[in-house]
Design a protein. Structure first.
Length: 501
């Protein structure tokens, strides 16, 4: 997202640029993530393109399995990239000259790395597999027998490019590096090599890559001193978390992907989470109830943009979220409040006819003609309810009145319920019911329905009234917002459950 926002701004100013997305699919398979058959451990050390996809996948390899949904998500987010497969580049010999050059300059590279090796213990980004028993080699072959990188270079001749290696599997081989395509440069050399090869001018990286002795720091020295390139502008970006989770780690498994986020939130909102902050600011993406507050904030900003009251910074972030240099991103025609949509879907269990009835009642003067007007936001809310709302937080309107509770009510409670029901028809809209449920306790307290002052006594009366309604309608003391709940239940059912028919 950070390189995209920079590239998009450059394009907006009429300047051509390439946003490269380098797929590190020639990297080794490091460990078997949680939830995957432990038998996949036999593939540890192989290139990701040589590892079978997870069971049941329609893709040929591990890398393609995870690359495909990422590409779909990028398209939905309006992110245009030039993808580069490192498997294809290395296998085709695209970096042959760079590899031979790095091997000739291995003493120089080793000297640069040696400046930082004492700092590596403090870094999360260390490389220890580049040291052989007789010296340093920046190239790591994949074994031609077992395909793994459990290899050690034992000899290399600069003149003939003859390289000899042994593998943990017992295989030994001598190859000509000028012809050999079954290996790659070690990471701390590979990254700066590619900077020089592609002419990269901007590439941010995370906190772990910018600590002393880490890849970005060391790479900045190597690209200038060895490969004759220029160190890219590389601001540090903070980690992105998920509500209630620590730093995301793909090796542990079970980590939400961009596809998962886009299933519950519209693309402009997800873009906005990044566009509104500096890269070094950490934040979390909400998969829990916090998504409702987030959407409320987003809708409030949209209203300010529409009426011209948005501040310049907020207006710029909104613009970067809703459109790219290529054009506007798709939006929902009728962006109804997300929390309302989620509540309606929860109560109706996704029944389309009931959902349309309730959503049309939100604004009787301008009812929905079709649920399609509320999509894709409605679809996102449906997915959120289905996949993220805990079962114990689901809402179920009672099928029959609670006779025991109704029999225990005092005269004041009964009067308040009759007053509420008497005004349902007149206030049957989201806005109308919102004001009416707050007005009933005011009227019963002898106050005008539009009274602004809230005394402690009134607040307590409103709270007791709301709890009573929840208990009579859904059998709990809390639930979705009462106006939405009333609309969902319908006037006749409300009257029956409140004992006022």
């Amino acid at each position: 997202m950070v390189p995209h926002l920079v590239a998009d701004e450059i394009r907006r100013r009429g300047i051509q640029c390439r946003h490269l997305l380098s797929w590190d699919d020639y990297d080794r398979f490091r460990k078997v993530p949680a939830g995957i058959d432990p038998a996949w451990a036999e593939h540890i050390g192989k290139p990701l393109t040589s590892v079978p996809a997870p069971p049941g996948s329609r893709y040929a390899s591990w890398s393609e399995h995870f690359k495909a949904p990422m590409l779909e998500a990028l398209t939905e987010l309006g992110i245009e990239v030039d993808g580069i497969s490192q498997t294809q580049m290395y296998s085709a010999g695209a970096y042959r000259e760079q590899i031979l050059f790095a091997m000739r300059e291995r003493a120089h590279i080793d000297a640069v790395l040696d400046r930082y090796r004492t700092l590596e213990s403090a870094s999360n980004d260390t490389t220890s597999d580049d040291m052989a028993s007789d010296g340093y080699y920046p190239y790591k072959p994949y074994c031609s027998v077992c395909e793994r990188d459990l290899t050690t270079v034992t000899a290399y001749d600069d003149e003939t490019t003859a390289l000899t290696y042994t593998c943990a599997c017992g295989h030994q081989e001598r190859v000509l590096l000028s012809e050999h395509h079954g290996g790659k440069l070690v990471w701390k050399v590979d990254w700066p090599m590619r900077w020089a090869y592609e002419g990269v001018v901007f590439e941010p990286s995370g906190v772990d890559h910018q600590s002393p002795g880490s890849s970005f720091v060391v790479g900045g020295q190597l690209v200038q001193e060895v490969f004759g390139g220029t160190r890219p502008i590389g601001p540090m970006y903070a980690f992105v978390g998920i509500s209630g989770m620590a730093k995301m780690s793909s090796s542990r498994g079970g980590v939400p992907t961009p596809t998962d986020a886009l299933a519950i939130m519209e693309a402009p909102l997800l873009r906005w989470l990044y566009a509104r902050r500096k890269p070094a600011q950490s934040f979390s993406i909400a998969f829990d109830q916090e998504i409702h507050r987030l959407y409320d904030e987003w809708d409030a900003l949209a209203r300010k943009v529409a009426d011209g009251s948005a501040l310049p910074g907020a207006l710029a972030a909104y613009g970067r979220a809703t459109r790219t240099a290529a054009g506007e991103l798709p939006t929902t025609a009728r962006p109804l409040p997300y929390r309302t949509l989620a509540s309606v879907v929860d109560i109706t269990t996704g029944h389309d006819v009931q959902t349309l009835r309730i959503l049309s009642d939100l604004d009787p003067a301008n009812p929905l003609a079709s649920l399609d007007e509320a999509r894709p936001r409605l679809t996102c809310a449906e997915t959120w309810v289905l996949t993220q709302l805990p079962p114990d937080q689901r809402t179920e309107v009672l099928a029959e009145p609670d006779a025991a509770l109704l029999a225990s009510l005092d005269d004041e409670q009964r009067a308040a319920l009759r007053l509420l029901v008497s005004g349902l028809d007149e206030h049957w809209s989201l806005a109308g019911l919102t004001s009416w449920v707050y007005a009933v306790p005011k009227i019963r307290a002898g106050m005008p329905p539009d009274a602004k002052a809230k005394t402690p006594e009134l607040k307590a009366a409103q709270r007791e009234f709301f709890v009573l309604l929840y208990r009579l309608l859904i059998g709990t003391e809390t639930g979705p917002r009462l106006p939405t709940l009333l609309l969902a239940a319908g006037a006749d059912r409300v009257q029956n459950l409140l004992g006022t028919l």
